[in-house]
Ligand binder design. Sequence first.
Ligand SMILES: Nc1ncnc2c1ncn2[C@@H]1O[C@H](COP(=O)(O)OP(=O)(O)OP(=O)(O)O)[C@@H](O)[C@H]1O
Length: 297
Amino acid sequence: MTSTAATPVIDVEGLNVRYGDFHAVRDLSFQVGRGEFYALLGTNGAGKTSTLETIEGHRAATSGTVRVFGHDPRDRRAVRPRTGIMLQESGFSPDLTVRESVRLIGSLSGRTDRAERLLDVVGLTKKAGTRVSQLSGGEKRRLDFATAVYGTPELVFLDEPTTGLDIQSRDDLWDAVDRLREDGSTIILTTHYLEEAQQRADRIGLMHRGVFHREGTVSELTRTLPATVRFTLAASAPEPPLPGVPQGDGSLLVETTSLQKDLHVLLDWAREHAVELGDLQAGPTRLDDVFRSIGTE
Ligand SMILES: Nc1ncnc2c1ncn2[C@@H]1O[C@H](COP(=O)(O)OP(=O)(O)OP(=O)(O)O)[C@@H](O)[C@H]1O
């Protein structure tokens, strides 16, 4: 889904956040529609946390308007029952058990759910009676997720949700997010694992120094940067049809904005001349490349 619904779940207009003289978020505007998966990404210090804290109702905007479900996010009674938040650092009481933590934090949300269901979702059933102080870092993260999605909130904030999780736990978490989406939840993700956002987000806001460097779907973000084709040629091979830049490892690197067309040209040429393209690799533009381009533009 790429379009925002008529009434956005999140509506940010001309948001500014200042810390004294420092202007951390500058005239930021964006909307997130019902059921969308939106990733807010950016360089260190870009203003993501300042923006999210304002949307979550934890921080007042210096100027501009922020609406969540059409309400001021600091109107906790209107917004909190519809929202689940997985922060980077949890505030669990170390003496409570896993089950007690889910029940306590879940009950504060005003929603209903079953702690056993959530513990099963995050693979903590066997740890239900364990005290939080005895959980590993990854287990605490899974508990964070369980409490954030208690009662299937309409809007879920996931702040670096997979940090510290092993591959199986990551896959399980993303499966659970898929199920939330099937139930219609809107997801806001921040992460430094760009491939997670690239694979899953409907739209991405890429922040740098308080503004959007780019905003749009993954293909809108990557479209303007070239993809790459890399290969080696025998010394006796004729001149290839695409200009390649020799690399230190002896390969040739071709940058292209029409990957499929240029690959055809190259493969047709290789067949025609019976040339072998050694170690052939073709890579689409990735979000990492867009990030790297921030420093060069
Ligand atoms: N309470 C504060 N007082 C003064 N400056 C602050 C405060 N909080 C954040 N800043 C500054 O505002 C800028 C944006 O910070 P913010 O935490 O929103 O960025 P971020 O995009 O979340 O960064 P990161 O990816 O490094 O976590 C940074 O330069 C930061 O130093």
